[in-house]
Write a protein that binds this ligand. Sequence first.
Ligand SMILES: [Zn+2]
Length: 266
Amino acid sequence: MRKTIKSILLGAVAVSLAMTSGCGKGNETGSESKSNSTADESTASYRRPLRAPEDYGKVIALTFDDGPNTTTTAQVLDKLEEYGVTASFFVVGDNITEDSAKVMKRAYDMGCEIHNHSKTHSDMTTMTEEQIKEDIKFTSDKVEEITGEAPKFFRPPYIAVNQTMFDSIDMPFISGYGSEDYNDKVDIEERAKRTIDQAKDGSIILLHDTAGNVRTVAALDIIIPKLQDEGYEFVTMTELFHAKEVEISPDAEIIYSYAQQTEMYG
Ligand SMILES: [Zn+2]
């Protein structure tokens, strides 16, 4: 399972080329790509075919941490549906219950991506290699069991990283531009303003769908239309790197906040 993102992306491009129909706003269920993807399992469930990189304009990725849950995650999905956009969810394994799994599956079926934000949301810099691997595997297995597709990106809890983590985790590390939306003192307008002010082509927006985080749900009513007005297309993590033609290796010691980043921190 040491596939590089490059090979995954190339596989996805192949599927995209093989498909003849349009590739606008995709809410495809995946049955089509699943049925003809025997050549490369990793392409099994890209519900929205990738376009040629030059066919993307300004792109930005909405990401949500700390779900899934049956309340706020579901409200975020309602907003995404309302605006016809997709996002990526970095989930905590221990938050996946029988009920929240249904919400996570709904996100996946909408064309959103589900990625790994650890099992216990602990500071992994205090863990051994074995503990880290076990923790990551738990969440990846759980997501794959429910959606049929394993996570391909990892967001470290608290964005705390060390060499042992880089050595133990075979996924690209993702950070993003946050707005302190976990802080109750940061109101709706301020969350939206900080997010919009930091937006740039290729960047990753870091928000939280923690249960009860209703201000972030409300902020989406400002963030999404404003960035759409500015010409941004909301894309998934996979689409973001593809659109920017960035080939990342899981061994890259970079914590991406934007696709074109070449330094460890963006
Ligand atoms: Zn978190």
